[in-house]
Design a binder for this molecule. Structure first.
Ligand code: AMP
Ligand code: ZN
Length: 113
């Protein structure tokens, strides 16, 4: 499968890994939009949030917990952080392997652009 994030999981493309377990990988975004910009992905290839199945619910919950843990470790949890999941093109999704963006370290705007 020609999926960039699957290739990162398989170590075929390098990434700055910050967390890994059996089912989740987190790594630095190559084009950071904030001082902290980390992507949290499932090792299972799920193209978009629309393909999340009931059996994935625990996995998705653990992805959020990983984001919380990284935010805490980076000492931005108290200041605030944003978790973003883009779905399909108008939302800005460019990589069709599910991912959470963890963004922090600066004031975020609302509404998002
Ligand atoms: P999205 O636009 O929500 O699909 O987010 C995809 C994100 O993946 C963007 O923020 C990109 O900067 C990031 N990205 C793309 N390729 C890589 C890569 N090889 N390593 C790390 N981040 C990447
Ligand atoms: Zn994939």
């Amino acid at each position: 499968m020609d999926c960039m994030f699957c290739k990162i999981i398989q170590n075929k493309i390098p990434a700055k890994r910050v967390y890994e377990d059996d089912s989740i990988l987190a790594f630095e975004d190559v084009s950071p939009q904030a001082p902290v910009h980390i992507l949290i992905i499932p090792k299972k290839h799920i193209p978009t949030s629309l393909e999340i199945e009931e059996s994935d619910n625990e996995l998705i919950g653990r992805m959020v917990q990983v984001a919380n843990r990284i935010a805490t470790d980076r000492e931005v949890a108290g200041r605030g952080f944003r978790i973003v999941m883009n779905c399909n093109r108008e939302a800005g999704q460019t990589v069709f392997h599910l991912h959470l963006h963890l963004l922090a370290g600066r004031a975020m705007h609302w509404p998002p652009g």
